[in-house]
Design a protein around this ligand. Structure first.
Ligand SMILES: Cc1ncc(COP(=O)(O)O)c(C=O)c1O
Length: 376
């Protein structure tokens, strides 16, 4: 589904970064663009923003300190700092540093992986609903996009994905899934990697992996499989506006992905913040605990008020509205609470990002009001 953007948002978005310009050149709809298209503009400064799966906590203190300390060096490219980040991640995960490439968020490698491994003859296979970026890009460049329903437990149905596309070039697995926040068992991803057609890849998007206990798929990368893992510092690390991500794969696969996009220097603020974040052992467990606590209190409230939702292991979940989700989103915006979009396959659900405790209380009050008003 093509989402139209307000023209002023498009203009300001294009000025954000080189990555955004590249995305625009490829006509990729990125998460901020999709969210902006769904967002009522302009919104009040105190609006609750739970529409884009951002982290309301922002960068950690260590990350902020690292950025402040690196600022005077901003006149230098300092690509050695990027190498340091790749090495720090490789060491943490027991990977060969050659397997780790640093990127401007995970949006560029996602799009580039689609361009590198799909074609009019090699289809793009994903779940439905799922994060739309890869599918939108694939269809724009004439690639067949195969959307496969999630299972009853909202996992990717890997056997159905395999059966649906013997011509696949990319199997996109989002784990935990955006928008449902649900998990796909590791053995299913392993099965997919073992049974996929030759020369295709399994592209595992682990943007939200830190919010849950599920095992990563990095072990399959280490084992030399045709598996490409994407990580981002936008979510648990609270660095969406700073732009840093990782592409982790066998070097021949990474080369094929990145050859398409040319090479670029990283912003050293983002790199310094990312390295400091990785070196802080408390950051992920603490933020996982905070997110899980607020999420559980939100679910308890929804249960007490008999609102239906899909239980999630991530920082977002799908909420049943029993009427067109878009109408509820518009009504919530009038209450100064900006919630996430709907997916065509689930038109009576909206995606809600887990914000702070206070933000979720404001969400609850507004949702109650909107649902009561439309029921009466
Ligand atoms: C599943 C998933 N992948 C990738 C991205 C892209 O994020 P970024 O480019 O900020 O790393 C997002 C953004 O929300 C996402 O939800």
């Amino acid at each position: 589904m093509e989402v139209r953007m307000p023209s002023f948002s498009r203009r300001s978005f294009l000025h954000l970064s080189a990555a955004a310009s590249a995305a625009a050149a490829f006509r990729v709809m990125t998460e901020p663009m999709l969210a902006a298209a769904a967002r009522r503009q302009p919104h009040a400064a105190d609006a609750v923003l739970i529409d884009s799966n951002e982290n309301p906590l922002g960068p950690s203190q260590a990350a902020r300190d690292a950025m402040a300390a690196i600022l005077p060096q901003g006149g230098r490219y300092s690509d050695n700092l990027t190498d340091d980040l790749a090495s720090a991640f490789a060491q943490l995960e027991g990977l060969n540093p050659d397997y780790v490439r640093v990127t401007v968020g995970s949006t560029p490698p996602l799009g580039l992986a689609v361009l590198a491994f799909t074609s009019p003859q090699r289809s793009y296979v994903a779940a439905d609903p799922v994060f739309e970026l890869g599918g939108n890009l694939a269809s724009k460049v004439g690639v067949r996009v195969v959307g496969v329903p999630l299972t009853k437990t909202y996992a990717h149905d890997v056997k159905a994905m395999l059966a649906a596309a013997p011509d696949a070039g990319v199997f996109y697995i989002c784990n935990p899934n955006n928008p449902t926040g649900t998990l796909t068992p590791h053995e299913d991803i392993e099965y997919l990697a073992a049974n996929k057609p030759k020369d295709s890849i399994v592209l595992v998007d682990e943007a939200y992996i830190h919010f849950c206990d599920a095992p990563s798929t990095l072990d399959l990368v280490k084992a030399g499989k045709d598996v490409v893992v994407l990580r981002t510092f936008s979510k648990v690390y609270g660095m969406a506006g700073l732009r840093c991500g990782l592409l982790i794969a066998r070097p021949d696969l990474s080369d094929k992905v990145l050859d398409r996009g040319g090479w670029n220097f990283m912003p050293i603020t983002a790199v310094a913040a990312a390295t400091a974040s990785l070196k802080d052992p408390q950051l992920v467990p603490e933020r996982r605990r905070i997110n899980a606590g607020v999420r559980q209190r939100t679910f308890d409230w929804l249960d007490r008020n008999s609102y239906a939702y899909i239980p999630s292991e991530s920082n977002c979940f799908m909420l049943q509205t029993n009427r067109p989700g878009k109408d509820v989103r518009d009504a919530m915006a009038k209450e100064n609470v900006l919630i996430g979009r709907t997916w065509p396959v689930m038109p009576t659900y909206v995606r809600i990002t887990v914000g702070t405790g206070n933000e979720m209380e404001r969400f609850q009050a507004a949702f109650h009001k909107v649902m009561k008003a439309s029921a009466g």
